[in-house]
Write a protein that binds this ligand. Structure first.
Ligand code: CUA
Length: 318
């Protein structure tokens, strides 16, 4: 695994794709060109102000109407620089937006506040996208609620994810590692918690990943822990302090077996059936102090093993 992906940097994040390196080159060119321009303009300004300041009472400045050669140069040189930036930027943008023809296609569903990835063979993953190294990957993305944006800094690639339509993004990772995935479009109060990972692994590891059952050999509690990390973590904490306004939903700490007060004044015993109902039909019994409609349904998003695992996991949080 590449350690570079986790190395903090004062400048650009690790470049895990060739295009990312291309984006960086353009960025550095702009930075250096801007710095040189700044030095020339501000330096010239100061030099002229000092050199040609009025030195004595009644001093006259030389009258200069124009200088064709100079004027041509200071227009033509910036023009050339701008054209270089334009063409260079267009080439990089074109590469970013030209979808590969034979890429690995993965469907992406964004939902407040997690990411679901679905492979062609039906394998699903919450929060973590696993892809092979050195292969074009095309993501076909949509949202089940509001605008989100898929952003992986290590790929220098970002694309809005829009409800009611598909958008696409592609990348070809050249370095193994685990890269951060952010939502880059403000989508609600847990927007900053809408995090994920893109794991770039070897071809063999990827085939193994795709072929195996996602939860093979895991206990229900371990399955639940994985589901929690992908789907619930943005809104539900695991400690007693994880209460509003830090988290949008009730904490899972000591949740199971508790008597919960509901918004309508009644109470409910938190048992398996109540937890299941709250996962697939979250608005049926809303806990007092929390808003209805905030939590989306996970019916169809989580299968029975995942729901059961999640409930078993919640039981262990104490
Ligand atoms: Cu999803 Cu911000």
């Amino acid at each position: 695994m590449s350690s570079a992906s986790s190395t903090a940097s004062h400048f650009m994040p690790f470049a895990a794709t060739k295009i990312a390196a291309g984006v960086d080159s353009l960025y550095y060119f702009l930075l250096v060109a801007s710095f040189i321009s700044c030095v020339l303009v501000i330096g010239g300004l100061i030099w002229f102000a000092v050199q040609y300041r009025r030195k004595y009472e009644g001093q006259k400045t030389a009258y200069i109407s124009h200088n064709t050669a100079l004027e041509f140069l200071w227009s033509f040189i910036p023009f050339v620089i701008f054209m270089v930036v334009f063409v260079w930027g267009w080439i990089v943008y074109y590469q970013l937006r030209s979808m590969p023809e034979n890429g690995l296609e993965v469907a992406v569903t964004a939902q407040k506040w997690n990411w679901t990835f679905t492979y062609k063979n039906g394998r699903k993953s919450q929060g973590t996208l696993t892809v092979p190294i050195g292969q074009d990957v095309k993501l076909i993305m949509t949202s089940s609620d509001v605008l989100h944006s898929f952003y992986v800094p290590a790929f220098r690639n970002k694309q809005d994810v829009v409800p009611g339509r598909y958008t696409a993004l592609w990348f070809r990772a050249e370095h193994e590692g685990s890269y951060n995935l952010f939502c880059a479009e403000y989508c609600g109060d847990q927007h900053s918690g809408m995090l994920g990972k893109v794991n770039v692994v070897s071809r063999e590891k990827f085939d193994e990943y795709l072929g195996t059952e996602p939860y093979k050999g895991l206990t229900p509690v371990e399955i639940g822990q994985k589901v929690y990390g992908g789907a619930c973590i943005a809104c539900h904490g695991l400690t007693v302090n994880d209460v509003k306004p830090l988290k949008l939903g009730p904490t899972f700490y000591m949740l199971f077996g508790r008597k919960e007060s509901l918004a309508d004044g009644s109470t409910v015993d938190v048992d398996e059936d109540y937890l299941r109902e709250s996962i697939v039909n979250p608005n049926a019994k809303v806990v007092k102090g929390y808003d209805a409609g905030v939590m989306p349904t996970y019916a169809g998003q989580l299968d029975e093993d995942e729901i059961m695992g999640l409930i078993e996991f919640i039981k262990t949080v104490k």
